[in-house]
Design a protein around this ligand. Sequence first.
Ligand code: DLL
Length: 433
Amino acid sequence: MYWNQKYECMPREELLALQLERLKNTVEKCFYNVPHYRKAFQEIGFEPGDLNSLQDLAKLPFTYKTDLRDNYPYGMFAVPLSEVVRIHSSSGTTGKPTVVGYTRSDINTWAELMARALVTAGVTKNDVIQNAYGYGLFTGGLGVHYGAERLGASVIPISGGNTKRQVMIMKDYGTTVLTCTPSYALNISEVIEEMGLTQDDFQLKVGIFGAEPWSDNMRKEIEQKLGIIALDIYGLSEIIGPGVAIECPSKTGLHIFEDHFIPEIIDPDTGEVLPYGSTGELVFTSLTKEALPMIRYRTRDIASLTLEECSCGRTHLKMKRVSGRTDDMLIIRGVNVFPSQIESVLLEIGQTEPHYQIVVDRIGTLDTVEVLVEVSASFFSDQIRQLEVLEAKIREAIESTLGISVKVRLVEPKTIERSEGKAKRVIDKRKLD
Ligand code: DLL
């Protein structure tokens, strides 16, 4: 089932022609309306008329989060503020937030793309969507909300938090679709158990989870606990919010809505464009956005692209799930480590809860990693000896996967802070110096 078959299943040749036409338009608007772009283009002697093919995009300079910060708050907008009807922002971990704006037409595009994303995940107008993404400056809540309304589903704008009430509503209102971060979905499943409820008390079918990296093992865990099919949705505020890409039920990658965004994969060190199939940093160019057009935005997200045909019939290329961010990558004694690799190992072993935290420190000149993992209540009350065996097993598994030595500490149930939005998995004490 499609939301907009013409665009979702467009033959590639036609799609590329549409992209070129839209790209020319975007580049022209950026050049004439955004001083930052005009300057950046002029520095390389580029004028809008020089763009004649999609390959020419690679000649254009990248846009970085720092460019948005340097032009804080509205300097990157391509329209006067009087045309902007909505402002969101993304918090980030350091410095000023990034401010993003939408014209009325941008809000319409976003609602269309989110409706399309929901349909791609198998949602229909007969569904009841419990939207537990945060409402507010974060794009998750309102982004999904507008798409759900556009589709005609019944949306419960519950936002994140207050998990017991969340569960009661899920049961009483007959929620069929849950939208939230994967870490919050796990938190909800745990509270369901605590409340003495089971899958049979709910009508939940599908979960649409994103806004943070999660592993395939985490997917299995959530699917099993909630008795649903869990699909991955990707997006970022600078590009539009949720609704840039989503998995169809074949779970073979996330379809990128290429009639609105051009993705590239680049080598994060050299900036060179890499061929399909290679892993690198995702870069996006927006094709239809009015208020905040983005040319070659460096997402810092690590993924790969594939043109593999999909059983769902959509012709848009797919990205593999984001495995981490270049700035989340921990360099431990010279070895690159992503939190998601540790998550995957933990979930494979089982016997522990999928709640963990990675504490990185530096003692003298040596980097140390301690992985805190929760064990289930029944296991924790068992003999110390058994805990030691489990600790050693986890340590060996992580060490053989990552090639670095780590310390593993099993902690009591419910001691690691639960997430209601994006989970904080890593505490890097080295950065505090
Ligand atoms: O997180 C938008 C969103 C809301 C996406 C709801 C999906 C669902 P930001 O707060 O700007 O926007 O954060 C964007 O989150 O660059 C990725 O690092 C990460 N991210 C988003 N979706 C995924 C995902 C929203 N499915 C940043 N897998 C992005 C991994 C994701 N990381």
